[in-house]
Design a protein around this ligand. Structure first.
Ligand SMILES: Nc1ncnc2c1ncn2[C@@H]1O[C@H](COP(=O)(O)OP(=O)(O)O)[C@@H](O)[C@H]1O
Ligand SMILES: N[C@@H](CCOP(=O)(O)O)C(=O)O
Length: 322
């Protein structure tokens, strides 16, 4: 469920007057997603997505997120295009929240990705990395090692109530990341949350990417590592080598990974697993029972983290060195 803020017809109609989108015909809250409040919006001109920005989104970052979507959409990436208001701005206010309208993308996200889907998402991720090259704005990754540490210090006092022994295990992870996290790999704009629910397909054809609200400047291969975690493991936690190979082949059909990036993948994948484990754990421990928020299971990413911890080289995934 992701409608944190209720809106009413009167305030929505007034909000719409700020746009050249005709008259409101209907709107409906969207259950999917977890960070912001999203609504389908039908007007006499077409169908759009209305987003009210909630908890993790800093208002100061909105020009980056919305400007990035605009830049990517204008540079060959299929992603939502923010709609300009009459005053030329992209961001307004509705029900006391910062709000924007973006174009509607056709397609559905795939619950059971195949190697063909993984290949397509790999190619799309690499295209995004290339298309972001001349985007003029920048944003540090608030969820890299320092940000993980802040989250961990908040979750740590109760982490053992989630799983015994977690405090000792994750403290040791931080010692490794603070020592070894790379700083000299090719970097640029990354999506940073390209999970299956953020990629739309029409059949096997990728129709678009959504949800740029964690996008930032960081290591490209970290985005690759996030996708290996999100797309290439099975429900029983087995790493699917065929999907991993397909994902990397798709990526490298557009942008070749350097040897140093391939070598770093096990550590980056371990870091990506920790990052998603931590946001899930923080939510698990802090969101009250009964709140209308979909809590995701941190355990899945504790298991991924343990898996990657024992991998020394990309060949140990069965992915080959090139
Ligand atoms: N541009 C779009 N076109 C079509 N559907 C969208 C679009 N943006 C969001 N959605 C719908 O809203 C849901 C939640 O969007 P998402 O951006 O992932 O939310 P959150 O940031 O809250 O996680 C998606 O799963 C999808 O159903
Ligand atoms: N992908 C993250 C959660 C972020 O949710 P999204 O709906 O914004 O993609 C996770 O799986 O923990």
């Amino acid at each position: 469920m992701a409608v944190y803020t209720d809106i009413n017809e009167v305030e929505l109609a007034a909000f719409l007057q700020e746009y050249r989108l005709g008259e409101m015909m209907s709107y409906k809250g969207i259950a999917e997603g977890s960070e912001n409040s999203n609504f389908f919006l039908h007007t006499t001109v077409g169908t759009y997505i209305l987003t009210l920005y909630e908890r993790r989104v800093e208002v100061a970052d909105l020009p980056f997120f919305l400007g990035l979507m605009q830049h990517l959409a204008q540079n060959g990436i299929s992603c939502p295009l923010p709609v300009e208001r009459r005053d030329g701005r992209l961001i307004g206010e509705l029900a006391g929240r910062p709000a924007a309208i973006i174009t509607f993308l056709e397609g559905v996200w795939v619950r059971r990705p195949t190697p063909a889907h993984c290949r397509a998402v790999g190619a799309a991720l690499a295209a995004l990395h290339l298309a972001g090259a001349d985007f003029p704005l920048g944003r540090n990754n608030a969820l890299s090692v320092d940000g993980w540490k802040r989250l961990w210090l908040q979750a740590r006092p109760r982490a053992d109530t989630f799983q015994a022994g977690l405090v000792e295990e994750i403290d040791a992870e931080f010692a490794a990341f603070e020592r070894d996290w790379p700083s000299d790999l090719p970097s640029g704009i990354i999506h940073a949350d390209l999970f299956p629910d953020n990629v739309f397909f029409l059949g096997d054809r990728l129709s678009g990417l959504i949800d740029f609200y964690f996008a930032c400047n960081d290591i490209f291969a970290y985005d690759v590592a996030t996708c290996l975690n999100a797309w290439c493991f099975e429900k029983d936690d087995a790493f699917n080598v065929t999907k991993g190979q397909a994902f990397l082949a798709g990526y490298q059909s557009v942008r070749r990974l350097e040897a140093a990036e391939r070598e770093a993948l096990p550590l980056l994948a371990r870091g990506a697993a920790l990052r998603f484990m931590l946001t899930r754990l923080y939510d698990w421990l802090t969101i009250p029972d009964g709140a209308l928020v979909q809590k995701r299971d941190p355990s899945e990413f504790i298991r991924r983290l343990r898996f990657h911890r024992h991998v020394r080289a990309i060949s140990e995934y069965g992915l080959g060195a090139s």
